[in-house]
Design a protein around this ligand. Structure first.
Ligand code: PMP
Length: 446
């Protein structure tokens, strides 16, 4: 039994000692004291089904014993900076991660006659840091400055990545040097529907009218997470990559949310689009790194040795990136993903859940769209299907009802009207049925 401070006491401390910028879900925030597999428990031992573990990139389920053992064993042995001495944890995880990259990324250097065919890894502590580094490398490698990102994207909260992020909700007064935001190829709300070629024309026009004709790179998520589980129009990414590469730029895949088996059909989100990026970034959640560290703070940039070479021009240092504690955990995550066939589960149960949510859409007029892949699903609520008016208040009421019935779900999108369904990858068919039943009742109540 929990004998720690009460929810009210924690809330009081949080209000007094933590930054006022912190926000929480629910009118009465939950005090979560424990997590096991796909469940979270509050201080009274009430169990909640966690359908939003993706936010912390918890992919293998909460407190997975094998991952906990790997981390605690490492913590008992050594925790230090990785930079100055040798330690096997970082090297082992880098090797395992590099092996997860598609062949073409490994082979790209072959085309320019560099000897190594193995992609290399630079570890960071977060997705933001990984994307900052990717943008820096693209600029150094190409000698160009301009970066193209998609409207509605989220790439982080430091200066460069906040510039690349394209939603006013997440932007402060940063100098947005050299960043251009292309029209989002959003099949549901976008001006051109699913017509990838029309959206790509905008990328070409940005290159022609907004830059010297040469760009440093293009960064995008495979499925926009914070933006409300927006799948890019089919065929868009290969065409956009082609335009960017013609203009000398590198293509960066932000896999912070879609990576690490979450999309089910593939290990990486970009693979669902049939592209091979030049740089891949990932982080916390395989739920958000979405999973790289099963919730452990860990991020990474993977690229070719030739591109990575640019960082040798100066000293580049990240004190805790890839520390033994986190990389021992990361390696255990990869092991568990494989052993428990969690990618396959994401594919099978995710497809089943999506079908069931589509069924719910037929019953509830308020569901405007159901989308996503595997365990990265979105349910967009609208008060008018024709006008697609965002149902902002209704979604908050529905979330409260669902919480009261024992289900925690995320929300996002520019208008805050999209349920984000990103459970741990061990979510079962029974969990999916329970989830849909609870959402059905909640939507009937509003
Ligand atoms: N990229 C994407 C796609 C994300 O969703 C996020 C986090 N929401 C980030 C980058 C930034 O990651 P972090 O919060 O670990 O800095």
């Amino acid at each position: 039994p929990y004998d720690g401070p009460s929810a009210a006491e924690i809330a009081r401390k949080r209000a007094e000692f933590l930054s006022p910028s912190l926000f929480h879900f629910y009118s009465k925030p939950l005090n979560i004291v424990e997590g096991k597999k796909q469940y979270l428990y509050d201080e009274q031992g009430r169990r909640f089904l966690d359908a939003f573990a993706g936010i912390a990139t918890v992919c293998c389920g909460h407190s997975h014993p094998e991952i906990v053992d790997a981390i605690t064993a490492q913590a008992r042995r050594l925790q230090h900076s990785t930079v100055l001495y040798l330690n096997h944890a970082i090297a082992d995880f880098a090797e395992a991660l590099a092996a997860k990259m598609p062949g073409d990324l490994k082979a790209r250097d072959f085309l320019v006659l560099v000897t190594s065919l193995v992609p290399v890894v630079f570890f960071t502590n977060s997705g933001t840091e990984a994307n900052e580094l990717a943008i820096l490398m693209a600029r150094l490698y190409t000698g160009s400055h301009d970066i193209i990102s998609l409207r509605n994207s989220y790439h982080g909260n430091a200066a460069g990545t906040m510039g690349a992020t394209a939603q006013k909700n997440w932007k402060f007064n940063v100098v947005q040097s050299g960043v251009h935001h292309a029209v989002n190829p959003d099949p549901y709300r976008g001006a051109f529907g699913s017509d990838a070629e029309k959206y790509v024309r905008d990328v070409q026009e940005i290159i022609e009218f907004g830059t010297t004709g040469q760009v440093a790179g293009f960064i995008s998520e495979a499925i926009q997470g914070v933006g409300g589980i927006v799948e890019l129009s089919p065929g868009y990414l290969p065409l956009a990559y082609e335009k960017v590469r013609k203009a000398g730029g590198l293509c960066i895949a932000d896999e912070v949310q879609a990576g690490f088996a979450r999309v089910g059909s593939h290990f990486w989100g970009f693979e669902t689009h049939g592209v091979v990026p030049d740089i891949v970034t990932m982080a916390k959640r395989a739920g958000y790194l979405q999973g790289i560290g099963n919730g452990i703070p860990l991020g990474a940039v993977v690229t070719t040795p030739e591109i990575a070479q640019v960082l040798t021009r100066r000293c580049y240092f990240n004190t805790f990136g890839g520390n033994p504690f986190c990389t021992a955990g990361g390696l255990a995550v990869l092991r568990v993903l494989e052993k428990e066939r969690l990618q396959e589960n994401a594919f099978i149960v995710g497809s089943y859940l999506k079908d069931r949510l589509r069924g719910l859409q037929e019953k509830h007029e308020i569901i405007g769209d159901v989308r996503g892949t595997g365990f990265m699903l979105g349910v967009e609520l609208v008060t008018d299907r024709q006008l697609k008016t965002p149902a902002k208040d209704e979604i908050c009421h529905a979330m409260e009802h669902m919480k009261d019935m024992g289900v925690l779900v995320g929300k996002g999108g520019f208008y805050g009207n999209v349920f984000r369904v990103t459970p741990p990858l061990c979510f079962t068919k029974e969990d999916a049925d329970f989830f849909v039943e609870v959402m059905d009742i909640a939507l009937s109540k509003i």
